[in-house]
Design a protein around this ligand. Sequence first.
Ligand SMILES: NC(=O)C1=CN([C@@H]2O[C@H](COP(=O)(O)OP(=O)(O)OC[C@H]3O[C@@H](n4cnc5c(N)ncnc54)[C@H](O)[C@@H]3O)[C@@H](O)[C@H]2O)C=CC1
Ligand SMILES: O=C([O-])C1=[NH+]CCC1
Length: 316
Amino acid sequence: MAGAPPVIIWEREVESLLHYKELIPRLEEALGKFSSRDSAEVIQPVRSTVPLQKHNGFLGLMPTYMENDGVLSTKLVCFYNRGAGSTLPSVSATVLLLDPESGHMKAVMDGEVITSMRTAGASAISAKLLMRPGAEVLAILGTGQQALSHYNAFTEMLSFKEVRVWNHRREGAEKFCRSVGGPVTVCGSVEEAVRGADVIVTVTRSTEPVLCGRWVKPGAHVAAVGACRPDWRELDDSLMKEAVVYADSREGAMAESGDVILSGVEVFAELGDVINGIKPAYREKTTVFKSLGMGVEDAVAANLVYKQWKAKAYKL
Ligand SMILES: NC(=O)C1=CN([C@@H]2O[C@H](COP(=O)(O)OP(=O)(O)OC[C@H]3O[C@@H](n4cnc5c(N)ncnc54)[C@H](O)[C@@H]3O)[C@@H](O)[C@H]2O)C=CC1
Ligand SMILES: O=C([O-])C1=[NH+]CCC1
């Protein structure tokens, strides 16, 4: 017999219920649980992906089960490499939260805010763990959705004296500056943006390297978020070979990251290995965190949204 119908929690409401201060500690815990490879903690296969050739995109299916926490979810995410003229978003997502015992659907949620915030949250964790102490300059390459969430997460959770942005279309960077709260410098080239930067975030839709190792200060930390297909790149070979490479999921990076696969480098550790104290954080070296995005990040974010929604609905 079917249970109660699922609640529907859409974009504005997700936005009002999800906050980095609550999300980031849960993400950190989840990354650690994922890397423990304990099936009672997290079961999360590498996402299966269906090409949407006609639309230059992909549908990714991202199921996750956290038995000990009683959380079962799946995200359906479509991501596209849109042409310059398109007004449609590059990422469109829905998260389904289920009761693991009955299989009934508890909630259907907008997944775009969740995707933006959990991705930026994971990158902020990578910077907290891997950037040099006293980091002052943040450079963001790309000025779309992920750039905005990364700006918000990094300025809220960490502290920088200077934020620089670059976009392949200058008007995009200028619009970004007008839309954020604090001071940001628009740079005319990638080199200008990243020279001397302590932390660099790459959040572009590029399929070719945009960031070259020769411009990157030794000891800088790079959170590489775009290029989530095996033949897409954001970082050049010299940077990949110079850096100690961390990833959210080793299997994910080896299956999906063009920067890892095509440069031929090894993933040194998962972020969760560092969180679990299994692998060191080489803060003094140049480090790359290759983010592909994981279902477990969506699961904890969606579970948090659902709990907050229930607390609000029932005034708990
Ligand atoms: N690692 C993860 O968990 C996630 C990764 N992504 C990926 O992150 C990237 C950014 O996503 P969004 O911010 O949502 O996209 P968006 O479309 O909102 O922003 C993309 C930015 O890249 C710029 N861009 C487009 N073509 C470019 C090119 N050839 N060279 C340099 N810059 C270019 C655009 O002007 C824009 O500033 C995408 O590749 C997306 O697939 C998105 C969600 C999660
Ligand atoms: O994890 C995620 O949701 C995505 N990774 C690449 C595009 C969307």
